[in-house]
Design a protein around this ligand. Sequence first.
Ligand code: AHM
Ligand code: MG
Length: 323
Amino acid sequence: MKRLDQVLAADGVPAELELVINDVIVACKDIAFKLRQGELAGILGATEDENVQGETQKKLDVISNDLLKDILVANPYVRGIGSEEEDYTVAGHDAGKYLVTFDPLDGSSNIDVNLSVGTIFSVLEAQDDQSGDNQEVFLQNGRKQVAAGYVLYGPSALLVMTTGNGVNIFTLDTTVGEFIQTKSGVSIPEDTAEFAINMSNQRFWEPEMKQYIDDCLQGEEGPLGKRYNMRWVASMVAEVHRILMRGGIFMYPYDSRDPSKAGKLRLMYEGNPMSMIVEQAGGASSTGRMDIMDVAPQGIHDRVPVVLGSKNEVAKVVAYHNK
Ligand code: AHM
Ligand code: MG
């Protein structure tokens, strides 16, 4: 059984990148311990603030954001950070090589009901000499990521990450406070009959997405010829993790509730890191029309339609969009 640092070293990850990843993980361990304490620590419930996307911030959104932000901007190898809970990118060190974007606590609606939540992170290299408080330096497509991962705070806390050399899973050993490797070379089954989508938005979807789900619901008698099962945790981290473990397809498509938004999920700290993990595990990830990691970001909080999971099922959804 290997520790995270041993796995990163064996994968040839540069020492500076390892130190950045390590700081992300230190913050995530702290988040994991706070979540375990739950109501006893007085950390549940909402604040009176909204984030830049107009969502009410939960106390734990803010606490998790501060833990990650404070440790990362103090790291000499970090040029800057971008977070779901920060209006603008925040500068670290001008000589820092790496940029870190994160969703400090994804699945926020699950916090107060004690269900699964997670932290998602993505690491890019700073390509020029601009300061990290200038968002331009972050605007690179997902193919440029040098590391991506998430921590799922479920019955056990799991770190799932990739540095471009397959996907490893580590379980938090709470007796020693270390993430210990429990799986490597994770591979998503190519076929599936399990989809995850928030069906309550059906009437707002584009016709292509409506048609695909209609066909799934027809089961063996329909054009897709199989009986589908459905899951919806309302926590992307939990959803992606289920797909890594047993296959499936997760969709948060464009919908017309607010036509100005390209989707609900954010490209730079939700869509891209999850896409890198899924692709590294042999799955696929698309907007329905193009690979998510090829989307050129225009802003740190850009949104993107998301279709990801088992390769052959994602290909079917893409084919519906290309009809
Ligand atoms: P958040 O970052 O504010 O928590 O929003 C992202 C979450 C995803 O984890 C999840 O897939 C989706 O929002 C759930 O949305 P809905 O409330 O429509 O079910
Ligand atoms: Mg989120």
